[in-house]
Design a protein around this ligand. Structure first.
Ligand SMILES: [Zn+2]
Ligand SMILES: [Zn+2]
Length: 306
């Protein structure tokens, strides 16, 4: 009997061992099969701010939105910026360095410098956050900053930005319009020139590509008609379009001519892009814009799967 019992235990243990080997083999096969067919991707675009360069509320602003923010009934709106982030790859890229840079980097990475910063142009809401990389702040070491030849030349030849360059707080990378920057893992960033007031620098928008999706980011442009490239064709070729939503109406700024600060109006852009493939979102809204709560305006903290 003792012998029989030992034999029974032997067969049971052998069966369990075989079962475990089989299960381990199957789970490995599944991972391999899944991995081969659909590479896992956790790239996301993160909205870090939605306001025009000067944020909301602006100084002197008596609009309802500014009054309610000052009264604590609504949160302030940070300046327009987005991040491209992948937790699994531990990578985070920032688009524009705004005056709200510190809190935006905190939201994007938890507070460490991003892996690179891509600048659109030299207006105050788009590059002045670089100051937080300098000696009076974290005294950063060679944070990669991408910009056009004019943008990088502007930083190199004007203080206080030139100090960031000479002290190697930032390392400048010159972008050539229409030439992609490969960031590895099939992620590419391609700048393209757009017409915009160019007092100090020219202006670019960006095509952001992962192996799965493509997005365009154009926070500032004078008029779609002034652009040699058709926005409709472009928006039809991408998944996500984050576009200049500065103004919704030509009567928003009494006493200031729209000719001085031209931007496509939101209703015009909606009409122009009706039915395109991309999901169209507005960003970079002025404090006067009455459509700030519209469904097609991005919200801070929004994450769009890439
Ligand atoms: Zn702007
Ligand atoms: Zn601008």
């Amino acid at each position: 009997m003792k012998h029989m019992k030992g034999l029974k235990t032997f067969w049971r243990d052998l069966f369990l061992a075989m079962l475990m080997i089989f299960m381990v083999f199957m789970s490995k096969a599944l991972v391999t099969a899944t991995g081969a067919e659909v590479p896992p991707s956790d790239w996301e675009l993160v909205v870090l701010g939605i306001a025009q360069d000067a944020g909301i509320p602006q100084l002197n602003c008596q609009e309802t939105i500014c009054v309610s923010i000052r009264a604590g009934q609504r949160k302030p709106e940070h300046v327009a910026s987005i991040g491209l982030v992948s937790k699994s790859r531990k990578k985070a890229y920032l688009f524009d360095a705004t005056p709200d840079f510190v809190s935006q980097v905190h939201a994007l990475t938890g507070g460490v410098s991003p892996d690179a910063i891509f600048l659109t142009h030299g207006h105050i809401g788009h590059y002045t956050g670089l100051m937080y990389l300098g000696r009076e702040s974290i005294d950063a070491a060679r944070v990669p900053v991408y910009g056009t030849e004019r943008m990088t030349r502007y930083l190199t030849s004007n203080g206080p930005w030139s100090l960031l360059v000479s002290r190697e707080n930032i390392s400048l990378h010159v972008l050539t319009p229409e030439v992609p920057v490969n960031l590895g893992d099939g992620v590419r960033i391609t700048p393209f020139l757009v017409p915009h007031r160019d007092e100090f620098t020219d202006t670019v928008g960006y095509m952001i590509e992962t192996p799965r999706k493509r997005a365009i980011y154009i926070p500032d442009i004078d008029q779609w008609q002034k652009w040699t490239r058709g926005i409709r064709v472009l928006a039809d070729s991408v998944d996500i379009a984050l576009l200049d939503g500065t103004f919704a109406s030509a009567s928003e700024l009494p006493g200031r001519s729209m000719a001085d600060i031209p931007h496509p109006l939101m209703p015009t852009t909606r009409e122009l892009l009706r039915g395109v493939r991309a999901s169209v979102w507005f960003i970079h809204l002025n404090h006067t814009n009455k459509e700030i709560d519209a469904k097609d305006v991005v919200r801070e903290g929004m994450r769009l799967t890439m």
